[in-house]
Structures are given as structure tokens and as C-alpha cells.
Design a protein around this ligand. Structure first.
Ligand SMILES: CC(C)(COP(=O)(O)OP(=O)(O)OC[C@H]1O[C@@H](n2cnc3c(N)ncnc32)[C@H](O)[C@@H]1OP(=O)(O)O)[C@@H](O)C(=O)NCCC(=O)NCCS
Length: 221
């Protein structure tokens, strides 16, 4: 099996580690996290160092790539940029839990993670570095932009367009044909019946924008 590193070590990384173990496509060589001491253990895997150590590790430990395991969409994008600055051709792999269901005609970009119980229906297009978290559902012909995320139990109807950097909160639903503009946050439990513009925070039933937001404003609390 190819050896990869998991970049990130918090709760989201633990769920990804479980998916990697169950999918049996890659061997986990260790964890990369600048905020942890080298040698620390995460689910039995050793912290090998931070981003800066990756170039040496790739040579020494025959690591062929890695999965980005950071839940916040903006932070994930920043870390991807940092790693590409260090190693322009770094190979970011995607991970799909074997209990995920991927229908015919679906495409999934690089660096995307698909957790247990996820349903991606026919002809949906999933971008790069997305998160489809536990039991999320993206229905037919929908598009999930780069660095966008569906939290656990979030669900969309068919033909939705969820643009780059959007986060759909836990248990939220997005009705068919709706477009959500880039970097918008849909709050937990919201029901989105009509389009939402970019860079807003929206929640409620039906979901309404409550304020604007800047890229990087926190939303995972
Ligand atoms: C939408 C969200 C980003 C708003 O965060 P915020 O701007 O910091 O909002 P606050 O927590 O300060 O709450 C402000 C008010 O909005 C209400 N509110 C916040 N989120 C809400 C939601 N999803 N639905 C209904 N009301 C909500 C709060 O109860 C509070 O009401 P109050 O003023 O009457 O007390 C956040 O609540 C949210 O839902 N994040 C997504 C979490 C998630 O899905 N995580 C996934 C983990 S995998």
C-alpha cells in the first residue's frame, strides 16, 4: 500500500483516520501537525513533524502524498497553499469511507473526504478539498465547489449549486435547485428554500441571511 500522511490531528482527523483504515487503500505513515510535539501519538500514529518537515519526510520515509484533515474550510485552504509553496507537486489524496455510496457519473476532486453513511447521487460533481461529513447527502446533478463542506446529516436536493468555501451546517437541508454563493455559512438545522448570496451567514426555517461575513470568520462552534 502507498504510504500517506494525515495533515491535522484533531477530531476531524480522527474520523478521517478511521475512513482510511476501513478503506484499506493507504498505509498511514504518521501525522503532520505544527501545533503538536514530534513523537506524540494520535490514535496510535506518530506525529512526524510540521508542514516544514514534509519535504524531508517525503524523501526519507517514502511518503507518496497526504490527506488534508482540517475541518474549517478557510484554514484548510491556507494549509493547502502553504504545503504547495513548499512542495508544488504534493499529491493530495481523497478518502472515501467504504460505507459511503457514490452513484454513477459522480466525480470527486483531489483532497476531498467522504465519511461513513454519505450518499452522493447520480452525476453530482464534488470539487477539490471538500468535506462530506457523516451521513451527509448530495443529490443528483448537484455541484459542491472547492473547499466547501457538508456537516453531518446535512442534505441537499438535486441540481443544487454550492459554491466554493460554503459550509452547510449540521442537519441543515438545501432544497432542490438552490444556489448558495461562495463562502456563505448555512447554520445548523437550517432549511434553505431559496438562493443565498455569497459571504453571508444564514440560518432558520426558512433560512434567511442574518449578517455578512468575511473569509476566515469562524463558524464551527
Ligand atoms: C450559524 C452560526 C455560524 C452562527 O454563529 P454566531 O454568529 O457565532 O451566532 P451566535 O452563536 O452568536 O448566536 C447568535 C444568535 O443566533 C442564534 N443562532 C445561532 N445559530 C443558529 C442556528 N443554526 N439556528 C437558529 N438560531 C441560531 C443563537 O441562538 C443566538 O440567538 P440569541 O441572540 O437569541 O441568543 C452557528 O451557530 C452555526 O450554526 N454553525 C454551524 C455549526 C456546525 O454545523 N458545525 C458542524 C460541526 S461538524
Amino acid at each position: 500500500m502507498e504510504k500517506i500522511v494525515v495533515i491535522g490531528s484533531m477530531g476531524h482527523a480522527k474520523v478521517i483516520i478511521d475512513s482510511i483504515e476501513k478503506a484499506r487503500l493507504y498505509e498511514i505513515a504518521g501525522i503532520i501537525d505544527t501545533n503538536r510535539a514530534e513523537g506524540e501519538k494520535v490514535l496510535g500514529y506518530t506525529v512526524l513533524g510540521g508542514d516544514d518537515d514534509l519535504p524531508d519526510l517525503i524523501d526519507d520515509a517514502e511518503i507518496s502524498g497526504g490527506v488534508i484533515a482540517i475541518g474549517d474550510n478557510c484554514t484548510r485552504a491556507k494549509v493547502v497553499d502553504q504545503i504547495r509553496d513548499l512542495i508544488p507537486d504534493f499529491r493530495f489524496v481523497s478518502v472515501v469511507h467504504p460505507d459511503g455510496s457514490i452513484a454513477r457519473g459522480v466525480t470527486i476532486g483531489q483532497g476531498t473526504v467522504v465519511m461513513a453513511g454519505v450518499r452522493i447521487n447520480t452525476d453530482a460533481v464534488v470539487g477539490n478539498f471538500c468535506i462530506l461529513n457523516t451521513n451527509a447527502s448530495l443529490d443528483h446533478d448537484s455541484r459542491l465547489g472547492n473547499f466547501a463542506s457538508l456537516a453531518p446529516n446535512a442534505a441537499t436536493g438535486g441540481n443544487t449549486i454550492i459554491e466554493e468555501g460554503v459550509a452547510i451546517g449540521i442537519g441543515a437541508t438545501v432544497s432542490h435547485g438552490v444556489t448558495i454563493g461562495k463562502h456563505t455559512i448555512v447554520g445548523a438545522g437550517a432549511v434553505v428554500l431559496t438562493d443565498l448570496t455569497e459571504h453571508v451567514v444564514a440560518f432558520g426555517t426558512p433560512a434567511k441571511p442574518v449578517r455578512s461575513r468575511k473569509i476566515g470568520d469562524p463558524y464551527l462552534h
